[in-house]
Design a protein around this ligand. Structure first.
Ligand code: ZN
Ligand code: ZN
Length: 188
C-alpha cells in the first residue's frame, strides 16, 4: 500500500503478532517518513491495550515536517483522509479515512497522542461537537491566562478559592455585598 504522505514509499505491515489482531488489522509503517497507518478501530484498541508495543521503524531520511500541513490519501484507495485538530499546547492534526475508518499518524504523533489526556476520546476527534467543545475550552484557557497575567497569580488564586467557598453558601449575597463595601472603603 502507498504511504498517504510520501508518494514514493510503500507502507509495510509491522506483523506485530503480539497485538492479537488479524493480518489485515496490523498497523503498517512507512520507512520514508516514519508515519503509521492503523487500519481501523479493532487495531487501535489492540494497540492501546497492549501498552508495551511501540511502532518502530528505521527511517531512511529525517521525517518531513511539511507532512503535518498536507492531507494524505487513504492507502486503501478511498481518496483524501479527514483531518481532526488535536488541541494541545502545540496543536496538531490526525487523519482518518471516512470510508474504511483507518487512522494515519505522522511521525511522532502516536507518542503525542499517548501522552494526551484526550486519547480515550480519539473516536470523537472527528465530531463537530468535540471540536466545538475543545475550541471553547481553549478560548477559556486563553482568557484565564490573560486574566492571571493582569491580576497576578496570587490574587487570581485567592479569588478562585473565595468563589469556591461562597458558591453554595446560603448567604453569599451578603458576602458579596460585604466585599463590594470593603473595596469601596478607604482605609486610613
Ligand atoms: Zn511515508
Ligand atoms: Zn480508507
Amino acid at each position: 500500500m502507498k504511504c498517504p504522505k510520501c508518494s514514493a514509499s510503500e507502507i509495510v505491515s509491522t506483523m506485530a503478532t503480539e497485538l492479537g489482531v488479524g493480518r489485515d488489522e496490523m498497523p503498517s509503517l512507512c520507512a520514508g517518513c516514519g508515519g503509521m497507518w492503523i487500519p481501523g478501530h479493532t487495531a487501535l484498541r489492540a494497540i492501546f491495550d497492549q501498552t508495551t508495543w511501540r511502532p518502530s521503524v528505521a527511517l531512511t531520511t529525517a521525517p518531513d515536517v511539511a507532512h503535518e500541513r498536507k492531507t494524505g490519501n487513504c492507502p486503501r484507495g478511498h481518496g483524501l483522509l479527514m483531518r481532526a485538530k488535536v488541541y494541545e499546547e502545540e496543536p496538531y492534526y490526525l487523519e482518518k479515512c471516512p470510508k474504511c475508518g483507518g487512522y494515519w499518524f505522522d511521525h511522532g504523533e502516536w507518542d503525542r497522542l499517548l501522552g494526551s489526556r484526550d486519547r480515550v476520546h480519539l473516536q470523537e476527534f472527528w465530531c463537530d461537537a468535540w471540536q466545538v467543545r475543545k475550541q471553547r475550552e481553549q478560548r477559556e484557557q486563553l482568557a484565564e491566562r490573560a486574566l492571571i497575567e493582569r491580576l497576578g497569580e496570587g490574587l487570581f488564586l485567592e479569588i478562585k478559592a473565595l468563589s469556591a467557598k461562597l458558591r453554595d453558601h446560603p448567604h453569599k449575597d451578603q458576602a458579596l455585598a460585604l466585599l463590594r463595601e470593603q473595596m469601596n472603603t478607604r482605609q486610613g
